[in-house]
Design a protein around this ligand. Structure first.
Ligand code: CDP
Length: 234
């Protein structure tokens, strides 16, 4: 796609598990030639290391210390983003059922959130970033020029996750739906930076819509916002 000459902006995409954020965000970043930052992968990387070290998912101090010492690097990959932790590529080990079940506990820890938000803000400093997560528009990048809240019904989100995991994962669609609802609850009810639609975020319900359609809508909004900013700067 030909990217018109516009100002570079930051785009925040928040929403619950399985709403399609990561696929859509990657497509938007690729269309606009922006950098995609998957913040969920960062929480997953911390969870992976905390479980590996045998730490309790409730231990704010120890998990926080671990998070601070980890060197997390996100690299664009052909399919999904590659995640390096202390130089080791852990990408293929972050989307397991074990991590799905623990990540929202790790993401409740104040020390971990503080560290992740700090890293995420650094990544967005030079603009031209599409960042997806739960608290990007409300907390990490409250000044993002375009904010999206992407959602879909729990059933549809569970179905997508079911197809992603495959039938060999040993979990039924109903169980997955329950787990997704539980993760929504933990993310929405936590004290620090809960999953919340920013008042100035545009709401997109992706139920029954393709990722291409949704990504294209966001790209068009992004271009419009960036053009307005450029015009105002002149
Ligand atoms: O891909 P999926 O939507 O299942 O989840 P994810 O984006 O990989 O995020 C995994 C978990 O990390 C979420 O359920 C949240 O508990 C946490 N998270 C967060 O708290 N804040 C973010 N900005 C991103 C993820």
């Amino acid at each position: 796609m030909n990217v018109p000459h516009t100002a570079r902006i930051n785009i925040a995409i928040d929403g619950p598990a399985g709403a399609g954020k990561s696929t859509v965000a990657r497509m938007v970043a690729s269309s606009l030639q922006y950098i995609y930052v998957d913040t969920g992968a960062m929480y997953r990387a911390v969870t992976f290391k905390a479980l590996e070290a045998g730490l309790s998912t409730e231990d704010n101090e120890l998990v926080g210390r671990l998070a601070k010492e980890l060197d997390i690097t996100l690299l664009p990959g052909t399919d999904a983003q590659r995640v390096l932790v202390n130089g080791e590529d852990v990408s293929s080990r972050l989307r397991t059922l074990d991590i799905n079940r623990s990540v929202s506990y790790i993401a409740r820890l104040e020390t971990v959130r503080y560290r992740m938000a700090e890293l995420q803000r650094q990544m967005a400093l030079s603009k031209g970033v599409v960042m997806d997560g739960r608290d990007i528009g409300t907390h990490v990048l409250p000044d993002a020029e375009l904010k999206i809240f992407l959602t879909a019904t729990p059933r549809e989100r569970a179905t997508r996750r079911y197809l992603e995991l495959g039938p060999d994962a040993g979990i039924s669609l109903n169980q997955l739906e329950q787990e997704i609802k539980e993760r929504d609850r933990l993310d929405e009810e936590r004290e620090i930076a809960p999953l919340l639609r920013a008042p100035d975020a545009r709401l997109i319900d992706s139920t029954g819509r393709t990722v291409d359609e949704v990504a294209e809508e966001i790209v068009q909004w992004g271009i419009a916002v960036a053009r307005t900013i450029l015009a105002e700067e002149k």
